[in-house]
Design a protein around this ligand. Structure first.
Ligand SMILES: Cc1ncc(COP(=O)(O)O)c(C=O)c1O
Length: 378
């Protein structure tokens, strides 16, 4: 059957290299892994997974996930602290629905994940940016703002941040946790890149602090398995989990994604998730080296720190307006993501985000050559 209706969010023409996109390559999506797990699930001959699910999410899946996380995080994760979600975006949306009112104030990192800004805008929330440096959000600056403002939420990406690739230092994490108690705000920790560490250990997740501060950790299988699963999880203390579980949405809908989570249980139990992460790490880690070498060779004016994990290089090109650069680059059939999109104050015009994940090493090299050619014409 031939159809012209769209299926995926970002179709990219075959001759275009879009280093701006933040999604895995189609070829890296684990079709066989999911097929095998789905077969195992269907072979149980138990139709319960097609029923309305329990509000908190399939118990077998939460048990398997808790064991996986306990191993990965290095501390015991209780399945009772986990709630099944449709991914990090949905997690943030649900938190905004339940814990904020229009006009409330949210602090975000500057720069931050631009689509999180869109979700906050959907809820008519006001946003105040907090600067970041190589150790993540500058918590001293946050503390300064707390003298004047009372945010409801602080949205932070503590490991291998999008777009900067930086992680929040341990000292700052601890300070943030204690500030959340002292000033009564919720820290929404989007830990979606936590397991994609290539050159260092992952930092201790903020999920470790759910019983010590007002922390809600959100996470997802989008980057470690496949975005189309629309599956993720929320981790928090029992009172907060109860608030989610008693929401009208989860009651009316019978939890989120019982079908996919029933299948995912087997992907985790049979070791498929851990194996997939290992193979992604080997592949992506090598692509960082390629992108770094290509940048040094072809774009020597770019300033950046080599990412230790995650998906992105965050680059500063002195005196280059990256909105204009993006337009020029398009005519050379290469894409980039301009910094201004990641700025809640519409600044950072000299910055851009490039992803090293979506393309092979050869395509990355070619993409950087095209970026050089377009920059030469600016
Ligand atoms: C920081 C961050 N949060 C959330 C998302 C989207 O997550 P999900 O697919 O789980 O909704 C992304 C995707 O790029 C991201 O970078």
């Amino acid at each position: 059957m031939s159809i012209s209706l769209p299926v995926i969010q970002t179709p990219i023409p075959a001759d275009f290299i879009d280093l701006g996109v933040g999604e895995p390559a189609l070829a890296s999506l684990p079709v066989d892994l999911l097929r095998r797990a789905a077969e195992t699930c269907f072979d149980q001959n138990d139709p319960a997974f097609l029923q309305y699910g329990t509000e908190q999410g399939n118990g077998y899946f939460r048990q398997a996930l808790a064991e996986f996380l306990s191993k990965g995080y290095g501390f015991t994760v209780d399945p009772a602290a986990l709630l099944v979600s449709n991914g990090s975006s949905m997690g943030l949306h649900l938190i905004c629905s339940l814990f904020t009112r229009p006009g409330d104030l949210v602090f975000v990192e500057e720069p931050t994940y631009y689509l999180a800004l869109r979700i906050l805008a959907d809820h008519d929330l006001q946003v105040l940016p907090i600067p970041t440096d190589r150790d993540g959000m500058v918590v001293d600056s946050l503390e300064e703002q707390l003298k004047q403002y009372h945010p409801k939420l602080i949205y932070v990406i503590p490991a291998f941040q999008n777009p900067t690739g930086q992680s929040l230092s341990r000292e700052r994490r601890e300070k943030l946790v204690s500030l959340s108690r002292e000033h009564d705000f919720i820290v929404v920790a989007d830990e979606i890149y936590h397991f994609l560490n290539y050159r260092c250990q992952s930092p201790e997740p903020l999920a470790a602090y759910v019983n010590e501060g007002n922390i809600i950790a959100i996470n997802s299988f989008s980057k470690i398995l496949a975005p189309g699963l629309r599956l993720g999880w929320i981790q928090s203390n029992s009172e907060t989990v109860r608030r989610f579980v008693t929401s009208g949405l989860l009651d009316s809908g019978g939890g989120l994604n019982p079908f996919t989570s029933a299948i995912m249980r087997f992907v985790i139990e049979n070791g498929g998730l851990a194996a997939n992460i290992e193979s992604l790490k080997a592949e992506y880690g090598a692509r960082i080296t390629t992108m770094d070498n290509s940048l040094r060779r072809h774009l020597p004016s770019a300033e950046y720190a080599i990412p230790q994990g995650g998906y992105f290089f965050w680059l500063r090109l002195p005196y280059v307006d990256t909105i204009e650069y993006q337009k020029k680059a398009r005519s050379f059939k290469v894409g980039l993501n301009p910094g201004v999109r990641f700025s809640s104050r519409k600044e950072l015009r000299e910055f851009m985000r490039l992803s090293f994940v979506h393309y092979s090493s050869a395509e990355i090299e070619e993409g950087i050559v095209r970026l050089k050619e377009s920059l030469d014409e600016m």
